[in-house]
Design a protein around this ligand. Structure first.
Ligand SMILES: Nc1nc2c(ncn2[C@@H]2O[C@H](COP(=O)(O)OP(=O)(O)OP(=O)(O)O)[C@@H](O)[C@H]2O)c(=O)[nH]1
Ligand SMILES: [Mg+2]
Length: 324
């Protein structure tokens, strides 16, 4: 059988935005292959120019539709856009959303757009690490914008959106009485609030409720030089996207040019380091204790020992030295 192409030889092709090479490196990073680490390190060193935008919100708030419309608008200025969808339900694979208004094929067939869906299953907690490595591939390849869509439910998903330079929280009318993002606890992470589907007649109420909530919260949250704007958008009629792009660019500039922005970039780096360490720890731990695991869990199942005793036995004498 032919040897698979080495990651080092995929590297120059990925840097030249070859779709297949980028996708293969992303898959290897996702599988936590040690073979690709050298290549990923080189990509990391070359990355750092893209504007990374996290888009989150409750299910059905219109994130994928927003990402599609936003991408089409950004493409009009010639900038290239990468999309990482940490959300298997996103309809990026084909077909059309919003009837015929947005044709996904327009995005799918556009060379300046790269779409990657990250499987939440299988990545085993390595989802944040793998998603951010996928961002590096696109960033190093010269994509000006990289958008990460994650559903705003669950800590792991929300954390990934927060590892972006700019966090957009999407709220929508028609999802119940309250601002759903408050219940999900994601309102306060927004750099920009979008109220999507503002072509709907009940959108004004959602916009009003959101603005009220934000005014009430204002005295509690110190400004830090950036006040999160509220941008109503509609993918049905294109409303609000110019303003959204202007806000994104303004926030990108804020991140690049202020102390608060530099601190944010450092916090993102710290998050990545911790997530990667967690991932390595998990893998090394399982590899080191595989044989003990079955034995101890059998004793635990028979109630011969307690869960704490079992955990202590599992941890006893663990050697977390590098194995690969
Ligand atoms: N009227 C109107 N409907 C919209 C708009 N944007 C999205 N929708 C509809 O809202 C529904 C959900 O849209 P999605 O973009 O899939 O929402 P999502 O937040 O990505 O959903 P999940 O990925 O499942 O969390 C779909 O039926 C869309 O057609 C809009 O601007 N106006
Ligand atoms: Mg979606």
């Amino acid at each position: 059988m032919a040897q698979p192409v080495s990651s080092d030889s995929l590297l120059p092709r990925a840097l030249a935005s070859d779709n297949a090479a980028m996708a293969r490196l992303m898959s290897r990073a996702e599988a936590s292959s040690s073979e690709c680490r050298q290549a990923m390190a080189q990509l990391y060193a070359k990355a750092g120019r893209a504007h990374v935008i996290g888009i989150t919100g409750v299910p059905g708030s219109g994130k994928s539709t927003l990402v599609s419309t936003l991408t089409l608008k950004l493409r009009a200025s010639g900038k290239r856009v990468g999309i990482i969808a940490v959300d298997p339900s996103s309809p990026y694979s084909g077909g059309s959303i919003m009837g015929d208004r947005i044709r996904m094929s327009e995005l799918v067939n556009d060379e300046g757009v790269f779409i990657r869906s990250m499987a939440t299953r299988g990545a085993q907690g390595g989802m944040a690490r793998a998603s951010l490595e996928a961002v590096d591939v696109l960033d190093a390849a010269g994509f000006e914008y990289v958008i990460i869509e994650t559903v705003g439910v669950g800590q792991a998903e929300v954390e990934i959106a927060r590892a972006a330079h700019t966090v957009v929280v999407v709220s929508a009318p028609g999802l119940g009485d309250d601002i759903q993002a408050i219940k999900a606890g994601i309102l306060e992470i927004a750099d920009i609030h979008v109220v999507s589907k503002c072509d709907r007649s009940d959108a004004n109420r959602t916009i009003g409720d959101l603005k009220n909530m934000l005014t009430m919260g204002m005295s509690l949250v110190p400004g830090g030089g950036w006040n999160a704007p509220v941008v109503p958008t509609s993918s049905a009629n294109g409303e609000g996207f110019e303003k959204l792009i202007e806000c994104l660019d303004r926030h990108g500039h804020y991140i690049r040019t202020t102390d608060a922005g530099r601190q944010r970039v450092r916090r993102i780096a710290e998050f990545r380091m911790l997530k990667t360490a967690e991932d390595l720890l998990h893998q090394r731990f399982l590899a080191a204790r595989q044989s003990t695991l079955a034995n101890v869990s059998e004793q635990l199942a028979q109630r011969l020992i307690s869960p704490y005793q079992a955990a202590e036995r599992l941890l006893d004498g663990v050697n977390l030295e590098k194995t690969s």
